[in-house]
Structures are given as structure tokens and as C-alpha cells.
Design a binder for this molecule. Structure first.
Ligand SMILES: Cc1cc2nc3c(=O)[nH]c(=O)nc-3n(C[C@H](O)[C@H](O)[C@H](O)COP(=O)(O)OP(=O)(O)OC[C@H]3O[C@@H](n4cnc5c(N)ncnc54)[C@H](O)[C@@H]3O)c2cc1C
Length: 327
């Protein structure tokens, strides 16, 4: 019986990297509550590749729910599968990465378990013989410490705040789960995924992100001014909500409280004021560079390097410098 179970995520046959951060969160929990951890994998067809990439992390078991109803992701079917895995493992702590799917599915798993849930957890601490979960509230302006009072507890862990678990070697036993999904009871069915295709690194995995805001003045300037810098740096492109709402760039570029949370090695903000809702999605970045013509812009309060300048002059210069250094 494992004390903790991690709900693994995969896409197109490959493990989603954030799952390794969820394993890191599981290990942090084990350090407080003892015991070991297991992993749950759900899907249709061959899951061998995903299971193989979860080997070597020290899991006590890898539970595998395989069912045709899991061919495309729906919260309902995956919640049934994960619920079966949690029951089988006997775990008291359920951990998923705080990704779109993790956030979508875990409340259903918690409801099935009669468990309380803490979402978007950025740390775990021992407190009074139990565990408290550290989580940002009010767009990251307050860091709350919450306790969950049910015997089984579900958390989603922010991938940017837990180190990916390291390989420790060994082979975890694989345990298939029979009848984990009751297909007849499902009221959701998977229709298709209209994924945005891009040659750039994905926003949440990239080590460099260049983001633009309303200071870019018009959509065309993302292509003309921002993207050449992103290309020179091999960066993913992000944006403020203001420009997403204006329809200049796609939704999935949005960084912030209601967008993606990123923590790259380098975050470059061009013409972004630094509203708290934007900072909530990027202030964990290791180095922040901001170009803004307003010296009072709040982005400068979190920037490691700030340039008070017109971005239309400064960005092409910066791009040329980066290119020159790369040779
Ligand atoms: C519930 C809620 C959720 C939200 N969620 C998000 C979220 O997830 N992400 C998010 O980003 N926002 C979010 N917002 C919106 C947020 O409050 C701000 O409105 C938004 O971030 C502002 O975007 P911006 O910085 O691009 O635009 P602005 O605030 O208009 O700033 C533009 C900046 O560009 C600078 N500038 C202008 N011209 C130049 C130039 N030539 N050279 C250099 N600098 C220049 C200006 O000085 C200014 O600082 C949310 C708001 C609410 C209420």
C-alpha cells in the first residue's frame, strides 16, 4: 500500500513532462508523511511507452487502466479510471500536475473519493502532525497555507514549483486494473482535439519565453518586432491577456492568472505593464527582462533587468546583438 499516488499524464503516446514534477511533489509529501508512492496511468491502446518512461523513479507500483473509452481524454472516463487506481493502491494522498487536464479531472476523482482538494499547490509543509499545502491566492498576492481534513486528500501541484523527480533506477511492478471504466455510465464522449501546431517550443516547457503586450500597438508587430527576437533566442512566445482579448494572438499564448503559468530561465516582457494578473503567471521565472517606455510600469518591480525605452527601437537592437553573439 502506497501512501501517495501520482496521476500520470500523457499526450500522443509520450509522457507529459509535468508528471515528473508531480512525482517531485509526491516525494516531498513522502518526506513528510512517510511511505512510498505509486503511479496511475490511464489510456487506450498500447501504453507500454508511457509506462516505460515512468520506470526508474522508484514507484512501488504502476497501476495501468486500459479501456477503449479512454481513447480520447474526457474528465469523466479518466476520473473513473484514476479513482479505481487510487482505491487499489490504498493511497491517502493523490497528486496530479496542475495542468489543464490535471485541473479538469482531479475534482471528479476527489468527489468519488469523498476527499478534500487543494489546487495549484506550490509547497508542502509539516504542521501539527499533519500536512499543510502552500498555495497562491488572490492572483498570487497572498500565499495561503491550507489543511485538508478528509482522510484521503487530493492535490494538484504546480509544475513550476516542484523539481522534476530524478531517476533512481529499479523496476516498478506494473499492475493492470480490470474494469476500471464503466463505459455505459459515461455521459461525455471524445470528439476530437483541435491542437494549435507550432514549430516553437511549448510555452510551459520552454527555457526562454518572449512575451508581448499592448505596447506592441498592433498584431502585425508581434511578427515584425517580437518574433525575430524569439527566433534568435529559440524562445516560446507568450502574451498578456489584453492582446489576446484584442484578438492579436491566439488564446493559448496567454500568460497569467487566467492563462498559463510559466517559470522559464529567461522571461522577456515587451510592452507589458505588469498587472498583478500577468505577474501571477510569470514571476517565478529565474531571470526577468522588461522593456517598457514607462519607468513607473509595475513590471520593473519584478524585473532583474529593466530597460526604459521604446520597444520599437530597443527590440531590433537586442535581436541584432543576440544574433551577432550566436555568430
Ligand atoms: C479576472 C482577471 C484576470 C486576468 N487575467 C490575466 C492574465 O491571465 N494575464 C494577463 O496578462 N492579464 C490578465 N488580466 C488583465 C490585466 O489586468 C491587464 O489588463 C493586462 O495584463 C494588461 O496587458 P498589457 O500589459 O499588455 O497592457 P497595458 O496595461 O495597456 O500595458 C501596456 C504597456 O506597454 C507600454 N508601452 C506602450 N508603448 C510602448 C513602447 N512603444 N515601448 C515600450 N513600452 C510601451 C506601456 O507603458 C504599458 O506599460 C486579467 C484581469 C482580470 C480582471
Amino acid at each position: 500500500m502506497s501512501k501517495v499516488i501520482v496521476l500520470a499524464e500523457h499526450q500522443d503516446g509520450a509522457l507529459v513532462k509535468a508528471t515528473l514534477n508531480a512525482l517531485g511533489a509526491a516525494k516531498a509529501l513522502n518526506a513528510l508523511v512517510g511511505g512510498g508512492f505509486s503511479i496511475a496511468v490511464a489510456g487506450a491502446g498500447a501504453l507500454d511507452g508511457v509506462v516505460a518512461s515512468l520506470q526508474g523513479y522508484g514507484a512501488e507500483a504502476i497501476y495501468v487502466a486500459q479501456d477503449p473509452a479512454l481513447a480520447g481524454y474526457t474528465a469523466q472516463a479518466y476520473a473513473q479510471a484514476f479513482h479505481a487506481a487510487v482505491r487499489e493502491s490504498g493511497a491517502a494522498f493523490v497528486v496530479a500536475a496542475s495542468t489543464a487536464k490535471g485541473k479538469d479531472c482531479t475534482p471528479r476523482v476527489a468527489a468519488r473519493l469523498g476527499a478534500g482538494q487543494a489546487s495549484d499547490v506550490v509547497g508542502v509543509e509539516a504542521h501539527g502532525g499533519g500536512v499543510v499545502y502552500v498555495r497562491p491566492m488572490w492572483a498570487g498576492n497572498i500565499i495561503g497555507r491550507v489543511r485538508v481534513n478528509t482522510p484521503v486528500q487530493v492535490i494538484t501541484a504546480r509544475p513550476t514549483d516542484f523539481e522534476a523527480a530524478p531517476q533512481v533506477g529499479g523496476v516498478s511492478p506494473v499492475k493492470p486494473l480490470a474494469g476500471a471504466v464503466d463505459a455505459a455510465s459515461l455521459r461525455m464522449s471524445y470528439v476530437g482535439l483541435d491542437a494549435v501546431k507550432s514549430d516553437r517550443p511549448s510555452l510551459t516547457d520552454a527555457s526562454v519565453v518572449v512575451s508581448g503586450g499592448r505596447g506592441l500597438k498592433e498584431a502585425e508587430n508581434f511578427k515584425r518586432v517580437l518574433e525575430p527576437l524569439a527566433d534568435a533566442l529559440g524562445a516560446a512566445v507568450g502574451a498578456s491577456r489584453a492582446v489576446v482579448d484584442l484578438g492579436w494572438v491566439p488564446n493559448d499564448w496567454q500568460v497569467g492568472q487566467t492563462g498559463k503559468v510559466v517559470a522559464p530561465d529567461l522571461y522577456v516582457a515587451l510592452g507589458i505593464s505588469g498587472a498583478i494578473q500577468h505577474l501571477a503567471g510569470m514571476k517565478g521565472s529565474k531571470t526577468i527582462v522588461a522593456i517598457n517606455k514607462d519607468p513607473e510600469a509595475p513590471i520593473f518591480q519584478v524585473a532583474d533587468y529593466g530597460l526604459v525605452a521604446d520597444l520599437f527601437a530597443a527590440t531590433p537592437e537586442l535581436t541584432a546583438q543576440v544574433k551577432a553573439r550566436k555568430g
